[in-house]
Design a protein around this ligand. Structure first.
Ligand code: PEP
Ligand code: MG
Length: 558
């Protein structure tokens, strides 16, 4: 029996078997062509080569690669012009009448075989480089979701699987279809997007589990305890029995309204990201719908306004009677859909993110706005209310430029209702300007995941829960609540922390938005608290000098 420790990214306990996420590998579709299909396959191949060249050039120009590494990528560019690859692939497409990815991989396999037979270190290295270039071209030819073997693997995991990986990108998370028992990763932090997605799907997850990959084998029996932060490998019988006893305790559900003992109502909302299901349970509406995950799930969504309209319409219908807040695409960091990566790399390098990036890439913004407004027109303002929220706003100019653009698009859409506009407050700049920005928008939502990063100077990927106790973050929230004259909600992960519920209410927040699994526990705390005790806690925290003081204040009443 071995016991490992990690950070609780999504709460829950589960017994199960270890399933290791396989390495990235493409499966190549094999299709025989008719005469008339040959030319279009050749131009698909030309496009993929061109796109690969652009990606490598961007990488060389914009990254901080050493000279030695730059030379490696320059050699990749040369390989993309090599007639042994390019002309030979086209010849195979024509002569054998096969699709471009099949022809290309046959061609690459035969060159690799020849290089390896030469039994010389330099040629062996060249074969490895060729593999890298080949993967790039293949990923530009095959929609990644379909070609990546990990996707098929994730879709077929059994229900007792506990998925084990060094790290799981958010785009892969979206392909977990069956309810699995849990996730454990060696790297990653609790505010990373893998953790957020695990929470919104109710999958127990541990991140930052030291020694995970070296200690486990595929199919090992494990107990995942993402309440205490423990992973047990090959548990003994006694331990397993104790574990099952704990597991049965379960969680309470929330009924509406959620009212403090002193009778004030607190409004609970959910964060969502997937159009396929509306979370069960009682809540006021969707306080944050992260639309970028739809783009990761459907690589063909960019520019496909009709498909996007259909998806937003389905979402509005499935949350019938509630308000849904669509946050416009928040691209950057670990949220960059493959389909947009090549075009947006340069803009991100220049420091554009969130709304600034969308204003720089108006065709993406326009397409998404049209889809949301058409969906709102199609489904009507009743029974569902739709709101739009801008990500990562910092400057007033960004809001004004957006609004001008929005009004123009609005004119194009017959019957489009006026949709309330809000902004995320997730930079210190926007928090400090909350009084001014109140005159520009209808509502604010505090995005404390990013706000903590920018306020405290911490990298979001490596965050553990020590950030939740820094008084500076609460002073920032307090500043917002004093300045704002429009409703302020909070949708960062701290809204789901039961140890912070009273503090957030005491600071003045009345709307909390969180993954649906936390609704019950948060409602329970609210029902057992009075406003005056929440306010006392907030006053004390605002006077605290450091995280230790904050912890002690919170522990006094938990
Ligand atoms: C946040 O930053 O707090 C937030 C809710 O947005 P995201 O986690 O998607 O960056
Ligand atoms: Mg954010």
């Amino acid at each position: 029996m071995t016991v490992l420790r990690g950070l609780c990214a999504s709460p829950g306990r589960a017994p199960g078997r270890a399933f290791f996420l396989p390495d990235f590998q493409m499966t190549v579709p094999q299709v025989s062509l008719t005469e008339s299909e040959i030319d279009s396959q050749i131009s698909r191949f030309d496009d993929a080569v061109l796109k690969s060249k652009e990606q490598i050039t961007l990488l060389i120009e914009n990254s901080d690669l050493s000279q030695e590494h730059k030379e490696i990528f320059e050699s990749h560019l040369m390989q993309l012009q090599d007639p042994m690859i390019v002309d030979e692939t086209k010849k195979l497409i024509r002569e054998r009448r096969i699709n471009s990815e099949w022809a290309f991989s046959l061609c690459v396999d035969s060159i690799k075989e020849k290089l390896q037979k030469l039994n010389n270190e330099i040629f062996r290295e060249r074969a490895a480089d060729l593999e890298d270039v080949a993967n790039r071209i293949l990923s530009n030819l095959i929609p990644v979701a379909e070609g990546d073997v990990r996707v098929a693997y994730l879709r077929s995991l059994p229900s007792d699987a506990i998925l084990i990986a060094r790290e799981i990108g958010p785009s892969l998370m979206l392909h977990i279809r069956t309810p699995i028992s849990g996730i454990a990763t060696q790297d990653g932090g609790i505010t990373g997007h893998m953790a957020i997605l695990a929470r919104s799907r109710g999958i127990p997850a541990l991140v930052g589990v030291t020694g995970l990959l070296a200690s486990l084998k595929n199919q090992d029996d494990i107990l995942l305890d993402a309440v205490q932060g423990i992973l047990t490998i090959h548990p003994d019988e006694l331990q397993a029995a104790e574990f099952y006893k704990q597991e049965k305790k379960g969680q309470s559900l929330s009924d509406l309204p959620v009212i403090l003992k002193s009778k004030e109502t607190i409004s609970l909302w959910i964060n969502a990201d997937d159009e396929s299901y509306a979370a069960a349970g009682n809540y006021e509406g969707v306080g944050l719908f992260r639309t970028e995950f739809l783009y990761m799930k459907y690589p063909d969504l960019a520019g496909n306004t009709e498909k996007e309209t259909e998806i937003y319409s389905n979402i509005l219908r499935s949350y019938s009677g509630k308000t849904v807040t669509f946050r416009l695409l928040d691209l950057g960091g670990d949220k960059l859909p493959m389909a947009l990566a090549a075009n947006l790399g340069q803009a991100m390098k220049e420091g554009y993110r969130g709304i600034r990036l969308l204003l720089h890439e108006k065709q993406i913004l326009g397409s998404q706005l049209r889809a949301i407004l058409r969906a709102a027109a199609r489904t009507g303002t009743q029974p569902c209310r739709c709101r739009i929220m801008l990500p990562l706003v910092s400057f007033r100019e960004e809001i004004e430029e957006y609004k001008k653009y929005y009004l123009n698009i609005l004119k194009e859409i017959p019957d489009a209702p006026e949709v309330p506009t809000g902004i995320m407050l997730e930079t210190p700049a926007s928090c400090l300007m909350a009084d001014v920005f109140s005159g520009c928008v209808d509502f604010f939502s505090l995005g404390t995941n990013d706000l903590a990063q920018f306020t405290l100077g911490l990298d979001r990927a490596g965050q553990d829960d020590s950030i939740y106790f820094q008084p500076a973050l609460f002073r920032m929230i307090d500043a917002v609540l004093r300045k704002a004259s429009v409703p302020v909600s909070i949708c960062g992960e701290i809204a789901s922390r039961t140890d912070l519920t009273r503090l957030l209410i005491g600071l003045g927040l009345r709307e909390l938005s969180m993954s649906s699994i936390f609704l019950g526990p948060v409602a329970e705390i609210i029902r057992h608290s009075t406003l005056s005790e929440c306010e006392l806690q907030a006053r004390e925290v605002l006077q605290a000098a450091d995280a230790d003081c904050v912890r002690k204040i919170l522990e006094r009443r938990s």
